[in-house]
Design a binder for this molecule. Structure first.
Ligand SMILES: [Zn+2]
Length: 255
């Protein structure tokens, strides 16, 4: 039986702690900070066997060397083309990571960075900074077309797939999403639910693919009505999803 829990790091990062209590082992996704992971491993008496990296940013990788000092047998998995140096097994689209209790498939999702990958296991998606609840990562290295295509890959996963993002950006994302789609009833409902959870200091994650297809403007840029509320300075004459996606992304960057 696989358990997944968020470990909060920095202000709003989640390090996902994926464990199997029967085998007393754990894997972590994007450990930007080692201390919170070491404390949980110690508390559970788990052995760390795998570290999954989605992309090279420091807040996803800075804890890795300290974790390796304590758990030298832990294998670091990451993107084939990552500039991050301490990856043991470099992965491409279609590769899989085989843990004794879990098999994860690799999807390449360039856009936020060029080296970004996501990991899919059964009904779980670990998507780093590609997809957020109500939003998506900024375009630091890739193009809008790359990011749109990456997000479309995630949108094609089964509806019930749980989405484990790395950041608790949900409230700000939903506030922006409501500017783009003020009358979307699913969005209004999602904002209520998220406000409720944050009021109790609970994570708004995981979300799921079905919810995101219904509310996330960055997965919905194929709908030309999303252009209606985009301010004139970010507006586009084109109707292709990539163009609407880019207009939304630029608007969000300045919102
Ligand atoms: Zn990042």
């Amino acid at each position: 039986m696989v358990q997944v829990e968020p470990l909060l790091a920095f202000k709003d990062n989640y390090i996902w702690y994926v464990s199997c209590n029967k085998n007393k082992v754990a894997a972590v996704v994007d450990p930007g900070d080692a201390n919170t992971v070491l404390a949980r491993l110690n508390q559970n008496q788990h052995d760390l066997e795998a570290i999954l990296v989605t992309h090279h940013h420091w807040d996803h990788t800075d804890g890795i060397l300290a974790l390796k000092e304590h758990f030298p047998n832990a294998v670091v998995y990451g993107p084939a083309n990552s500039p991050y140096e301490h990856i043991d097994v470099r992965l491409r689209e279609g590769d899989s990571v085989e843990l004794p209790y879990l098999s994860l498939n690799v999807i390449e999702t360039p856009g936020h960075t060029l080296d970004h990958v996501c990991y899919v296991a059964n009904d779980m998606l670990f998507c780093g900074d590609t997809l957020f609840h109500g939003g998506c990562g900024r375009l630091f290295e890739g193009t809008a077309t790359q990011m749109w295509q990456s997000l479309q890959k995630l949108a094609r996963l089964p509806d019930h797939t749980k989405v484990f993002c790395t950041h608790e950006y949900t409230l700000a994302n939903l506030e922006f999403a409501l500017k783009a789609e003020p009358d979307n009833p699913l969005l209004i409902e999602a904002q209520k639910a998220a406000l409720n959870r944050r009021a109790k200091h609970q994570p708004t994650l995981p979300t799921d693919i079905k919810t995101q297809k219904g509310i996330n403007p960055f997965l919905r840029a194929q709908l030309t009505q999303l252009k209606d509320h985009i301010p004139v300075e970010y507006q586009t004459e084109k109707n292709q999803p990539e163009a609407i996606f880019l207009a939304l992304r630029l608007w969000k960057n300045h919102a």
